[in-house]
Design a protein around this ligand. Structure first.
Ligand SMILES: C[S@@+](CC[C@H](N)C(=O)[O-])C[C@H]1O[C@@H](n2cnc3c(N)ncnc32)[C@H](O)[C@@H]1O
Length: 262
């Protein structure tokens, strides 16, 4: 075993798996275990594992019947580590290791039947050493927001996005964005976990805290709620008519002149 890796054992209903975790890659967290425990069967599916990290979800997806998994991460060390772990667990011929890149970009024009994602989504003003794997902008929404923009483009007909969503990353905001994108969501599983010590609770309170549902209190202990969202295209969705045809819509020219509207 190389010096900068340590072994982690994960218990799944299918049995125990062993992962070697590269020190530059996130070890499985409570969010990872929540997704691994609840990921549904993916029989015969082509899957993209976005933010694969050490590859835990790719392995779970393959154990639950996925035919092939694309490993995606912005961190090249993570893509390499995920590949190593999928091979270590006997799936060498069913994984595609793509060059590191932002979000779903490494897929190019490829479409899949399912996207699985445990995103970086912890609100914090700036990343620090301990929490950098979780950083996705001050409200923790960068990865979620971008993913929702491009999900439809990368799903085959009948496809789904399986997304871990913490209450800390503003679930109502995500519901609103789903509507704009013509997507609909169902919560497949929920789990409450106490806020961990390294969270910046002061910041979480500053951006809305308990008052806006980012966390709840039980006997004085603050809890976040994790959801596993199944997100699919809403077949009833009709895009709003173009702004250009609405008289209440205001468009400004580049020099700031008002072009349309009342
Ligand atoms: C919370 S970790 C999840 C790791 C693993 N899937 C798991 O469940 O344990 C999020 C992962 O997303 C990756 N990531 C963060 N921002 C990204 C982006 N913009 N594009 C692709 N991957 C990103 C991080 O490098 C990290 O590996």
């Amino acid at each position: 075993m190389s010096a900068n890796k340590h072994e982690v054992l994960v218990n799944l209903p299918e049995g125990q798996i062993s992962l070697l975790i590269d020190s530059r890659v996130m070890a499985p967290s409570p969010y990872s275990h929540f997704l691994a425990d609840n990921l549904p069967n993916l029989n015969g599916a082509d899957v993209a594992d976005l933010g694969t990290g050490c590859g835990i979800q790719a392995i779970v997806a393959l154990k639950r019947g996925a035919k092939r998994v694309f490993l995606l991460d912005s961190n090249q060390a993570a893509v390499d580590n995920a590949f190593e772990n999928t091979v270590r667990n006997g799936f060498a011929n069913q994984v595609v290791s793509l060059e590191a890149g932002d979000q779903l970009n490494p897929l190019g024009r490829t479409k899949v039947d399912a996207i699985i994602c445990n995103p970086s989504s912890l609100p914090m003003p700036l990343p620090d050493k301990e929490s950098s794997f979780y950083y996705a902008g001050p409200e923790g929404r960068y990865m979620i927001h971008e993913l929702l923009l491009y999900t439809k483009m990368h799903l085959n007909e009948g496809g789904q996005l399986l997304l871990v969503h913490t209450s800390l990353a503003n679930l109502p905001k995500t519901m609103e964005e789903l509507g704009y994108q013509g997507l609909k969501a169902k919560s497949l599983a929920q789990r409450m976990i106490p806020l961990r010590d390294f969270y910046n609770k002061h910041w979480i309170d500053e951006i809305g805290g308990r008052d806006t549902g980012l966390y709840s209190l039980d006997k004085g202990t603050p809890y976040e709620t994790l959801h596993l969202l199944k997100i699919e295209p809403d077949l009833l969705y009709r895009p709003q008519s173009s702004c250009l045809f609405r008289e209440d819509c205001v468009i400004y020219s580049r020099d700031g002149r008002r072009m349309t509207g009342r």
